[in-house]
Design a protein around this ligand. Structure first.
Ligand code: GLN
Length: 549
């Protein structure tokens, strides 16, 4: 019988509910239990794939090509299990399915209502995840905050699950915030009490309350919350802001969270083995002998969540190489309009991450040129690979014209072009080349050395690709096509010869980096950046000329 743990949030959003859910997954897995996680998102989009990163942060892509909420990235990094399309359910998907069924006539004669038709589909989705994964424990996190209008059907479905699956198989966790008042220097529990009252109004009595706080939570407060919210004293768990999110599972284990849950759910299991995880966290917290600064040149850099997997992957790699990591978030438009090249002079390595649309492109090309001409390590991710190709082509053809047809449909040098199977696609949702594809690596390439393998599988999310008619001329200019699709038709990795490390991948390696297993391309890039000594800035800095405008 599957056991369900439900996580809801209260008081404010962005509490780190996703990290809490993922951490619970990790500590239960460390006891030998199999765990999977599902995120229920109350918004009406079918998936976050069509949302701007400013609305929603990064879109995390799964092996099977599902475009999902960034919390799924946290789940995969913490629990180290590949999730599937069913792991992220949105209101949009639920309503689409209900309406399809109605049109087919499945409900003939009936009035279709939120209860039971919508809630039944939500429950069916949870049991489907349980069935498909065969996991001992399914952790279900509900996005948003208790009190949101659109999350009501999800919470109602959660409530009904206690009856459907049984009391001994369901456990409810509510994550809240204890705000700190400067004037009296104290943490306040009232918002938590109100939030729990709201939850009870819906019919859910939490079994555990996790309280986020920016300072230690005293015993008196825990007693108070236990009393007012009717939970056991040992089920009030403080989540004080940690040095690193990877510390959260260790904190939860110390607080006895897994013991309490297992007792309540009647699960027999061995004691926790968090040795490897603890070593990783200790390593992160230890001062490092070296420092490395990586510039990330993108257009959503003022919102860190937009590149959260890149951020995490860089940290995994830097930790692996015993390097303190500083990330400089460089707005690509600064490089484009203001020519603020000096921002690039401070860094030991440059990343151009994925992106869509023309805004900021020329600034990314400036960054690629800087990396190429000054021999600064460069890693291009999807769009960053395309930019690297465009920049080199502009140099080779001595012209500003080379471009991607995404940005200039009539360019004379369409070095990046729409994939043939994308030409007839009109709708934008879920229609890109998505998910995991195999990639064959060229012998003796930097890529092959990094991966120590000949075939790799990586996750994609793009419509455009390298145009093969330019292979010869760019090959002669030093571009190595070191990763190809099995049929040789699609260029998946390019790297530059005569450069310490300049490599771009058409896929997104960041999605597969794990804290205990940094991604080989990130690890090799960060190593190159550590080895790169930045020539002392301003004096000998030449303003690099740009080919455009
Ligand atoms: N916009 C580019 C494409 O669609 C790159 C996409 C990306 O970086 N994910 O091919």
């Amino acid at each position: 019988m599957t056991k369900y743990i439900f996580c809801t949030g209260g008081v404010v959003s962005s509490l780190g509910k996703g990290v809490a859910a993922a951490s619970i997954g990790r500590i239960l897995k460390s006891r030998g239990l199999s765990v999977t996680v599902q995120k229920l998102d109350p918004y009406l989009n079918v998936d976050p794939g069509t949302m701007s990163p400013y609305e929603h942060g990064e879109v995390f892509v799964l092996e099977d090509g599902a475009e999902t909420d960034l919390d799924l990235g946290a789940y995969e990094r913490f629990i180290d299990e590949n999730l599937t399309k069913a792991s992220n359910l949105t209101s949009g998907q639920v309503y689409q399915e209900v309406i399809n069924r109605e049109r087919r006539g499945d409900y003939l004669g009936k009035t279709i209502q939120v209860i039971p038709h919508v809630t039944n589909l939500i429950k069916a989705s949870m049991t489907k995840v349980a069935r498909q994964s065969q996991a001992d424990i399914v952790i279900v996190e509900v996005g948003g905050t208790v009190g949101d209008i659109e999350s009501l059907p999800f919470l109602e479905a959660l409530r009904q699950m206690r009856k459907d699956a049984g009391r001994e198989n369901t456990f409810y966790i509510h994550v809240t915030l204890l705000p700190h008042l400067q004037s009296t220097n104290e943490l306040k529990t009232k918002p938590t009490q109100h939030s729990v009252r709201e939850l009870r109004g819906i019919g859910i009595q939490p079994d555990m309350i996790m309280c986020r706080a920016d300072m230690p939570v005293g015993n008196d407060l825990r007693e108070k919350i236990a009393l007012f919210c009717d939970v056991d004293r040992e089920a009030v768990i403080p989540l004080t802001t940690a040095d690193t999110i990877y510390e959260v599972p260790l904190t939860l284990e110390e607080e006895g969270v897994a013991d309490f849950i297992c007792r309540r759910l009647n699960i027999e299991c061995r004691s926790a083995d968090l040795t490897e995880w603890r070593q990783m966290v200790d390593h992160i917290k230890k001062p490092k002998p070296r420092r490395v600064t990586i510039g990330v040149v993108g257009k959503y850099v003022d919102l860190e969540d937009a590149y959260i997997s890149v951020y995490e992957a860089l940290h995994h790699a830097a930790n692996h190489h015993d390097c303190e990591l500083d990330i400089e978030w460089i707005p690509s438009e600064d490089l484009e309009r203001l020519r603020q090249i000096q921002q690039l002079e401070k860094v030991n390595g440059i990343i151009v991450p994925g992106g869509f649309g023309e805004r900021g492109i020329e600034g990314k090309i400036v960054a690629a040129k800087f990396a190429r001409t000054r021999q600064v390590p460069y890693l291009g991710l999807c769009l960053g690979m395309q930019v690297m190709v465009i920049e080199l082509a502009r140099d080779v053809f001595e012209s500003n014209a080379p471009n991607s047809t995404e940005f200039n449909p009539t360019t004379a040098y369409p070095v990046i072009d729409l994939m043939p199977d994308q030409r007839d696609i009109a709708s934008l949702g879920g229609t890109m080349r998505l998910g995991s594809y195999p990639c064959h690596l060229a012998d003796n390439s930097i890529a092959a050395q990094a991966y120590e393998s000949q075939v790799v599988h990586e996750r994609h999310r793009h419509r455009f690709e390298f145009k093969n008619e330019f292979r010869q001329v760019l090959g002669e200019a030093g571009l190595v096509f070191s990763g190809l699709s099995p049929d040789g038709r699609l260029v998946e990795i390019v790297e530059l010869s005569n450069h310490p490390f300049m490599l771009g991948s058409q896929f997104h390696p960041e999605f597969k980096s794990r804290p205990t297993r940094p991604h080989p391309l990130f690890a090799t890039f960060v190593k190159a950046a550590c080895d790169y000594t930045n020539p002392s800035t301003s004096e000998n800095s030449v303003v690099i000329e740009t080919n455009h405008h």
